[in-house]
Ligand binder design. Structure first.
Ligand code: ATP
Ligand code: MG
Length: 494
């Protein structure tokens, strides 16, 4: 697609240390990005900035995706206008973020993110914060902090001049960064070469400082700069590597892949709220099945969701694994069809194995107790929350999905109608279907619920009457606090 003319500045022979002053400029005639592929709102923003006398580029994933012929998820703009200057140009604009101050330009529900160029995040050679010998202990104590985005950690220290607005912690992690710069500085703070191409609205050329165009052409994912330093600055880049490997099918450059197993423990430093966002990006981006495969192969699932990883590793080929993979495949399909997906359902899939394990640790006669099921849900969520925040509304949704399973498996006459009207019915029914497909619930019951939803009211009545006539025994544990006259069941309820 593109013949490299300038040396690849990121090649191992010439490690990237300091900003280069020249980009390889790829003229419009030599690349495939057409304005027809760019969102009209993004074009409006670019033109307005340009008319205001500023530089304006599309940058990041949208440029990469346009080169790959993929429809970009969102369009990010980079400019030399300061956030305040951007705000003056657009009435429909808000400044957001403390850690990284950005302008959001609103067009109804569509948001174009406009970032002012920042100076390189990589410190100058010799000034890199060295790993602190005590850092491992410090990391432990930070594991539960959820507020790193809004408060500076105890071990934060200003790095560089007092008037720079960038802070690193002792492990080299950037915790605050608002140093404005030029485009040829901005490029060095980007993560991967494929994400560091700039599309210049002034003449529709591409600016490539790091060999990104070539890496995209050969489908190679390569960190800019020294991989260890870049992962330490921001351990989330490890998850981003996995996400792009899964989403784009790129090969990880060996130097980019090598530190993953070694540095994955650094994810413990990342605020759980940010890991929640990243988890959604990994699993709700239409490539969830592949993300799971890559995370496991790269050893990253063990750092992100250790209980899920431990369950999968010690129960290879188990029904819960089949359920998870099938559920993620369904989710991928829904995303592809533009349908809604919910984090409650995602976490129900991911935590299915750990929840089942916790239930099975109880005496068999209590497996069907709602109290046992809810307790297992709460404990599994609590364990996961040590790393990944699960906002309460989603953990409540997960609980309800699990609590409805015994009622779905053992509907009781007309009360089935109440289950049908439960706000969480649809998600719980989808979970029942997956359980049935994995051999964890009776398929006939899943079929029964399917029919109940489809048939006309009269036939629905008949189905309910027939159910009452069968005198379906109330399942043990269908009600919290049910007395324990029940016989043990052979199969766990989830
Ligand atoms: P997606 O297709 O998921 O939107 P993306 O590459 O656009 O992928 P974003 O999270 O939207 O990812 O980020 C936009 C751009 O910002 C990236 O392409 C990259 O250049 C830069 N970026 C984002 N996160 C980081 C990070 N943690 N470290 C360095 N650069 C980053
Ligand atoms: Mg993006």
């Amino acid at each position: 697609m593109l013949k490299p003319k300038a040396p690849n500045l990121n090649s191992p022979a010439t490690p990237v240390r300091a900003p280069a002053t020249t980009a390889r400029i790829i003229p419009r005639s030599d690349h495939t990005i057409s304005r027809s592929g760019i969102s009209p709102n993004a074009l409006r923003v670019l033109y307005r900035l340009r008319e205001g006398g500023f530089q304006a580029f599309l940058v990041g994933g949208c440029v990469r995706d346009l080169l790959l012929g993929i429809e970009p998820k969102d369009f990010d703009v980079a400019t030399d206008a300061l956030p305040e200057e951007v705000r003056k140009l657009f009435r429909n604009c808000r400044l957001i973020g403390r850690r990284f101050r950005l302008a959001h330009v609103y067009f109804g529900r569509d948001i174009i993110e406009v970032a002012t160029f920042r100076a390189a995040t990589a410190p100058s050679p010799g000034q890199e914060p060295l790993p602190d010998p005590d850092a491992e202990e410090d990391e432990e104590s930070q594991t539960d902090r959820e507020d790193a985005d809004v408060a500076e950690p105890a071990n934060a220290e200003v790095f560089g001049d007092a008037d720079t607005e960038r802070l690193f912690d002792k492990t080299g992690r950037i915790i605050y960064d608002n140093v404005y710069g030029t485009v040829d500085e901005d490029v060095w703070r980007r993560d991967f070469t494929a994400n560091a191409l700039y599309y210049n609205i002034a003449d529709f050329s591409l600016w490539d400082y790091v060999g990104g165009a070539e890496d995209i052409a050969v489908r190679r994912l390569k960190l800019i700069g020294d991989p260890d330093t870049r992962y330490r600055e921001d351990p989330v880049r490890m998850l981003r590597a996995a996400r792009f490997e899964a989403k784009l099918g790129f090969d990880l450059d060996p130097a980019t892949a090598e530190p993953l197993a070694r540095l994955r423990g650094r994810l413990a430093d990342v605020p759980p709220a940010r890991l929640f966002d990243e988890t959604l990006k990994l699993f709700l981006n239409g490539c969830g099945v592949r993300s799971l495969e890559v995370l496991r192969r790269r050893g990253l699932l063990a750092a992100l969701l250790p209980t899920v990883d431990a369950y999968l590793e010690s129960n290879r080929g188990a029904s819960a694994e089949a359920l998870l993979v099938r559920g993620l495949a369904n989710t991928d399909m829904r995303v592809g069809d533009g349908k809604a997906v919910t984090p409650s359902f995602l976490f129900a899939l991911l935590l299915y194995g750990p929840i089942a394990r916790l239930i099975e640790a109880a005496p068999p006669e209590r497996w069907h107790d709602i109290a046992t099921i809810l307790d297992a849900c709460d404990r599994a969520v609590r364990d996961a929350q040590k790393h990944v925040l699960i906002p309460r509304r989603f953990s409540l949704g997960l609980r309800e999905m699990f609590a409805l399973q015994p009622r779905l498996e053992h509907p009781r006459g007309r009360r089935a109608l109440r289950v049908l009207e439960h706000p969480r019915f649809r998600a719980a029914y989808d979970l029942l279907l997956l359980r049935a497909q994995a051999g964890l619930a009776p398929q006939e019951r899943a079929d029964w619920w399917k029919r109940l939803q489809e048939v006309a009211p009269a036939e629905r009545e008949q189905m309910l009457t027939a159910l009452e006539g069968q005198g379906a025994p109330r399942p043990a544990g269908a009600r919290r606090g049910a007395r324990s006259r029940r016989r043990p069941r052979s199969a766990p309820p989830v």
